[in-house]
Ligand binder design. Structure first.
Ligand SMILES: Nc1nc2c(c(=O)[nH]1)N[C@H]1C(S)=C(S)[C@@H](COP(=O)(O)OP(=O)(O)OC[C@H]3O[C@@H](n4cnc5c(=O)[nH]c(N)nc54)[C@H](O)[C@@H]3O)O[C@H]1N2
Ligand SMILES: Nc1nc2c(c(=O)[nH]1)N[C@H]1C(S)=C(S)[C@@H](COP(=O)(O)OP(=O)(O)OC[C@H]3O[C@@H](n4cnc5c(=O)[nH]c(N)nc54)[C@H](O)[C@@H]3O)O[C@H]1N2
Ligand code: SF4
Ligand SMILES: [Mo]
Length: 689
């Protein structure tokens, strides 16, 4: 017997799709999900789910999914971890006692919560932090993804607003700048295709020919980390040719003279030299932006994952403030639509409990935080997989393996982080718990009831933290809220964007559009900044990376998302690993292959300042000389050497927002000769030439 249910996708993706999920009753009488597609009636989802989430049932029903609380019995350094099943009471009593001992002897600063956006749910992703804030443990600076972009955007524009997706069809020029949208924002594609039918041209600015570059009419293959130079070069042409909107600049911006001055030295020749583009490409790109209204620029986070990523994004996103595109329906720029969700966040995640001046840890610097000298006694991980996704993986793993550190991991999968835990606590999926969802790509608020029974003894994060809270004597009422309590509080606001959205309506309709003005042109007359204007000062600058390429590390490695993965969420599914080529591959330009003696399909050692990995080489002119690309944060278990690509990446922080710099890594590549291969084993043995 099957039935269909509609639920919002919880994953860290701008599309926040409304999914049509077929559930079937098993022999045990319990319902499970068996098929996922998109809700055909949802205006954004339009009936399709992406190439990855159609496989969600395989991860929800995975034979290795943890279904019961597990306690480590073997050593953390064992190659195959060993756990024993324990009851929830045993696990929670012991964890609570150990946290209590730490609180009493070493204080709250000895305990760190570590999480990210494995679920975007406001309950299980955000409100789950309440216990830790009530206890006064250090704040976690959530910097691994969006913080450089957010900081850069907020300097210029204040709030993150994006235009409604259905307005994109009005654009006559679409620029996809540092975003592989066909993979990472796939529900934008129908709107771009509609615009193209209306005569729009599509240009992609990216260091390599990804799916999006292939879809675009033109690909500008920029050198990584040089976007500010390109944007300043375009600005110079805009000023010189009178392609600026002087009314908009006068009425809606401040700081124009400073920006004009910053741009004035960026001649097409200098811009071309810095960015690796031709003079002609620079001129033509500037002309296209300067003379096409409306121009819609969709920026991704790619350009922010560099040392000067904040300046890069700031420079690019200020272009529509010069052309006045913000006044044209379908024009302007989009990074995220998060700011549109004007919820009452006063109590979300215990925000009201944060103590002024409380210590904080930047999540990018986890490797440092796990050093014994940093004083942590316990790490509680949920909604993230740091053994794979955080920089300097070798040190992160060594830290997680410390015998004197209590590591508790709440998980839906036996990730490499879970495999290093003292306790693995089985977590529910989005179909098994109630939650609310905003979106960073559109304007619909979503609600999912708990729809399927939790398999085994899986529990929501908030349930686990409430149980720990009780054992620790915590009386903070918001800690014990249900998703419904939270929803009622979040919707307790008079903001016009939320007019008419009540908990009852959200529960009845499941996905509800915000009440935005029919013509939503959020920056047409200024911005939500201290001056009320779009702030062009301080003018963005181009700066060379400190981690400059040199003889020892002559190649820049970029590690963007893979089409069939969602960060590391689907890394356990063999079919999706196969769809990505079975194992991670490094894309190398023929010129570099020749220079470093690499052969197609053979292995190379990739060495950075922080570690080394071995990867199969794919020679392709998709990238350019001096830039190598490796798509996807694969599980180390799927790599020939068992290591994550983040073995190579640095904890270096961005210029603005203290963000991650995953696309900034300098490496050298040397060939490897396989000594012996054991069939079926994940470890191959290699000798480096
Ligand atoms: N299929 C899929 N979808 C995803 C994800 C996934 O893993 N897989 N992850 C989700 C998450 S968490 C996020 S944050 C988003 C991220 O989605 P995006 O914003 O698309 O991803 P980025 O890593 O920011 O990289 C985007 C592009 O920027 C390019 N890039 C790198 N450096 C530079 C540069 O200096 N300048 C320019 N112009 N481009 C550069 C990369 O080559 C890449 O093609 O996607 C979400 N959606
Ligand atoms: N080299 C390199 N590294 C990167 C990136 C890159 O582009 N290159 N991208 C970075 C970016 S943008 C991001 S956002 C991070 C993302 O990295 P992560 O935050 O680690 O995201 P995922 O890898 O998707 O892992 C999320 C985990 O949360 C778990 N989870 C999901 N829902 C729940 C729940 O309800 N409860 C519990 N307890 N667990 C749940 C999932 O099972 C999954 O294992 O990776 C970063 N790392
Ligand atoms: S991962 Fe993104 S595109 Fe895929 S179903 Fe979820 S929200 Fe939609
Ligand atoms: Mo992200």
């Amino acid at each position: 017997m099957t039935r269909d249910v509609l639920l919002t996708c919880p994953l860290d993706c701008p599309d926040a799709c409304r999914l049509k999920i077929t559930v079937e009753q098993g022999a045990d009488g319990l319902e499970r999900m068996v098929k996922v597609t998109g809700d055909p009636d949802h205006p954004i989802t339009k009936g399709f789910a992406c190439a990855k989430t159609v496989h969600y049932p395989a991860r929800a029903n995975h034979p290795e999914r943890p279904l019961y609380p597990l306690r480590r019995v073997g050593k953390k350094t064992d190659a195959e971890p060993q756990f024993e099943r324990v009851t929830w009471d045993e696990a929670l009593d012991d964890i609570a006692a150990r946290l209590k001992a730490l609180l009493d002897t070493r204080g709250p600063q000895s305990i760190l919560r570590y999480h990210y956006a494995g679920t975007m749910g406001l309950m299980e992703g955000h409100h789950a932090h309440t216990l830790w804030r009530a206890l006064g443990t250090p704040e976690l600076e959530e910097t691994i993804c969006a913080s450089a972009g957010t900081a850069a955007w907020s300097l210029g524009y204040g709030t993150r607003y994006g235009l409604p997706l259905h307005d994109v069809q009005h654009a006559k020029l679409i620029v996809l700048w540092g975003i592989n949208s066909l993979s990472t924002n796939s529900h934008l594609t129908p709107h771009m295709t509609a615009a193209r039918k209306n005569g729009a041209r599509i240009i992609c600015v990216d260091p390599y020919r990804n799916r999006t570059a292939a879809y675009a009419d033109q690909h500008l293959k920029i050198k990584p980390g040089t976007d500010a130079a390109l944007a300043l070069g375009i600005m110079r042409e805009l000023f010189l040719n009178g392609w600026t909107d002087s009314n908009y600049i006068a009425e809606a911006t401040t700081g124009i003279e400073e920006l004009r001055e910053a741009a004035q030295d960026w001649t097409p020749e200098r811009t071309a030299d810095t960015t690796g583009l031709s003079v002609e490409e620079v001129r033509e790109f500037a002309r296209a932006i300067g003379t096409t209204r409306p121009t819609y620029i969709r920026v991704g986070y790619g350009m922010t994952r560099h040392e000067h990523g904040g300046n890069n994004l700031r420079a690019v996103t200020l272009l529509p403030a010069l052309t006045g595109d913000w006044r044209h329906k379908g024009g302007g720029c989009a990074l995220s639509s998060s700011g549109t969700f004007k919820l009452n966040r006063k109590h979300l995640g215990g925000a009201h409990l944060v103590r002024p001046g409380s210590p904080s840890v930047n999540m990018v610097e986890l490797a440092n935080a796990l050093e014994p000298a940093a004083g942590l006694g316990a790490l509680v991980v949920y909604n993230t997989n740091p053994a794979v996704v955080a920089p300097e993986s070798d040190r992160v793993r060594a830290g997680l393996q410390r015998d004197d550190l209590l590591v508790v991991v709440l998980e839906q999968a036996m990730t490499e982080t879970a495999r290093l835990a003292d306790y693995v606590l089985p977590a529910t999926t989005f179909a098994e718990h109630a939650d609310l969802y905003t979106s960073y790509g559109h304007h619909y608020l979503g609600y999912n009831p708990a729809t399927l029974p939790a398999p085994g003894e899986c529990r929501p994060n908030t349930w686990v933290f409430q149980e720990l809270g009780k054992r620790l004597g915590m009386t903070e009422p918001t800690l014990y809220w249900t998703a419904e309590d939270l929803m009622t509080d979040l919707l307790d606001t008079d903001h016009p964007f939320l007019k008419g959205i009540t908990p009852e309506r959200l529960k009845a309709e499941g996905s509800v559009p915000l009440d935005l003005p029919a013509d939503f042109l959020p920056f047409a007359n200024g911005a939500e900044t201290p001056s009320g204007k779009v702030q062009l000062s301080p003018a963005p600058r181009h700066r060379e990376a400190q981690a400059q390429l040199n003889e020892a590390f002559p190649v820049r490695l970029v590690t963007p998302p893979a089409h069939h993965f969602l960060n590391s969420t689907y890394g356990l599914l063999d079919n999706l690993n196969r769809a990505e080529g079975n194992e991670p591959q490094v894309l190398v330009h023929p010129h570099d292959a020749q220079q470093y003696h690499l052969q197609d399909s053979q292995y190379a050692t990739l060495q950075s300042e922080y570690g080394s990995v071995q990867r199969r080489v794919k020679i392709t002119d998709a990238t350019h000389p001096g830039t190598a690309v490796l798509e996807g944060t694969w599980w180390g278990l799927s790599a020939p050497d068992g290591k994550s690509i983040n073995t190579l990446t640095a904890q270096t922080l961005t210029d603005l927002g203290g963000g991650s710099t995953f696309h900034n890594t300098r490496i050298r590549m040397t060939p490897v000769i396989p000594l012996r291969k054991i069939d079926g084993a994940s470890n191959l043995f290699f000798r480096t030439e």
